[in-house]
Design a protein. Structure first.
Length: 504
């Protein structure tokens, strides 16, 4: 039984994919972390069940992808989509080992992340909703179902209806939802010929009929995920339970009377609301995932955006807590991730128009034109990079063209033998990768920065790269780097220096 008063370094509100990713990152760095979750147990839901290529790379960088792939739903090796238009997005030009989205239920993602986070030392306390937040210059006092926890920082990962955000009175500006739909995990006892047999491109899974639109995704056996709505119908309150009769009506309208509902495992309503907090940091409280941003659920962006928030924030928060970086490093979390969130809100708003299941004549014409554009290799590459996250680069200080870019998971040869770059990033450290023998002897490196001399058959575009724990280049050189003392100064400046871009 937990005492009524306790202390930790970080409290994470919410045990969804964002919160559990952050908990793992913090625990991996040795930060005492407590996750508070209001639900008594995990909901076995498919919701948010698509892992985009960049998220897959980040998971592989921590050794988390393999256990997730074992739980993945088989699907065609086909690219993602933009606005459900019938052109697969090709990620192969982005030099990735994971060019296709991976279908994994959110429940399975949470299960693996929680297992790894708790094994690393994080604690997860369920049935403990946050009810109070007080902060001062030194930390945060969190009250949760009678438990009082003192922490240095609180990170709100508690969803679009974030309790933490409401308790602090943080505005959530944006646009309210104008359309509503239902998402449900169901089991069918009979299926018609119209029901898809295998997960494929999203455009092949969507149908209309009887005034309804629906997307039915097979998950193996008798399990399916259905998303549906009805044109012109007045919105029901989001809190109104979804009934089996409602689902049956949609199934029969779109897939015919030969499709029979058996069991509803879980169901909920959602809207196309678009909102984002103005600042991801409020004193000692930070926001990540849906607590920071919500948008129309198009293209499998939400879960991935939140997990990538966590990968960006985790190592920074650990560095500040362990006095390896100044506190204002945390301002770089907002500086880097808020524009990424805003961009996702922007392009999902565009997709919302294009994906309208009942488009007018003008929207139908626009769909035709955008479809043709997506068939052009340059356009497809651009949109594929946008939707997958592979094209993301951060605006970091430095003159080298690689600064701010992600580094592909290349094959390397070190003094210990062959290794992939992802394995070097698994401990959550920064990596100084010396590919040209330019690192002088006696170089002093900050803590949690690993020097790895190596060779690569692939030209990575530099003789040496300093790679942040989240896999982005923050310094690179094409040749000689000067004396050990000079390079130490350069690395120190990049690690804890300009514009809060520390990488320790």
């Amino acid at each position: 039984m937990m005492p009524t008063e306790t202390e930790t370094q970080v409290v994470v509100a919410g045990a969804g994919p964002t919160g559990l990713t952050l908990a793992y990152e913090l625990a991996l760095a040795g930060v005492r972390t407590l996750v508070l979750e209001k639900l008594p147990q995990r909901v076995d839901q498919v919701k948010g069940g698509g892992v985009q290529p960049r998220t897959a790379e980040l998971l592989e960088n921590r050794g988390l992808l393999e256990p997730l792939l074992k739980r993945a739903t088989p699907r065609e090796q086909v690219g993602g989509h933009f606005a459900m238009l019938p052109v697969p997005l090709d990620c192969t030009p982005w030099n990735t080992r994971h060019p296709f989205p991976v279908a994994i239920s959110q429940g399975d993602i949470e299960d693996v992340l929680e297992e790894r986070a708790t094994a690393a030392g994080a604690r997860v306390l369920r049935a403990t909703p946050v009810t109070g937040v007080e902060q001062d210059d030194d930390g945060v006092l969190v009250t949760a179902d009678g438990v009082r926890v003192r922490a240095r920082y609180l990170v709100a990962c508690d969803g679009g209806h974030s309790t933490v955000r409401k308790l602090l009175g943080v505005p959530f500006p944006g646009r309210p939802g104008t359309h509503q739909a239902v998402l449900a995990d169901i089991r069918l006892t009979a299926v018609s010929a119209l029901v898809p047999r295998q997960l494929g491109h999203m455009s092949t899974l969507t149908r209309q009929g009887g005034g309804h639109w629906a997307m039915l995704a097979p998950l193996g056996g008798d399990r399916y995920r259905i998303t549906f709505g009805r044109a012109g119908e007045a919105d029901t309150s989001r809190d109104t339970p979804v009934t089996p009769e409602e689902i049956t009506t949609a199934l029969r309208a779109v897939y015919g009377p030969g499709t029979t509902l058996g069991v509803v495992d879980n169901a909920s309503r959602f809207t196309d609301a678009t909102r984002q907090v103005e600042n991801y940091r409020t004193g000692r409280v930070l926001f990540a995932g849906d607590a920071a941003h919500i948008h129309p659920p198009l293209g499998g962006q939400g879960l991935n955006l939140g997990m990538q928030d966590a990968f960006n924030l985790g190592w920074k928060l650990a560095a500040v807590l362990q006095d390896r970086a100044p506190g204002d490093l945390l301002d770089s979390y907002h500086a880097e991730r808020h524009p990424v969130g805003a961009q996702v809100l922007h392009h999902t708003s565009a997709q919302r128009v294009l994906a309208n299941p009942n488009p007018g004549e003008d929207v139908a014409a626009l769909r035709d034109i955008v479809t043709d554009l997506l068939r052009l290799p340059d356009t497809n590459r651009h949109i594929a990079g946008l939707m997958s996250g592979l094209s993301l680069r951060y605006d970091l200080p430095g003159d080298h063209p690689l600064t701010g870019d992600r580094v592909p998971d290349t094959d390397l040869v070190t003094e210990d033998g062959p290794v992939r770059l992802s394995a070097l990033l698994a401990p959550g450290h920064a990596v100084l990768l010396d590919l040209g023998g330019v690192t002088p002897a006696g170089l002093r490196l900050p803590p949690r920065v690993d020097l790895v001399p190596a060779t690569s058959a692939e030209d990575l575009g530099a003789a040496a790269l300093l790679i942040r724990p989240d896999g982005y280049v923050c310094w690179a050189t094409d040749g000689e780097s000067g004396s050990g003392a000079d390079l130490s100064d350069v690395l120190a400046e990049r690690l804890v220096g300009a514009r809060g871009s520390a990488v320790v």
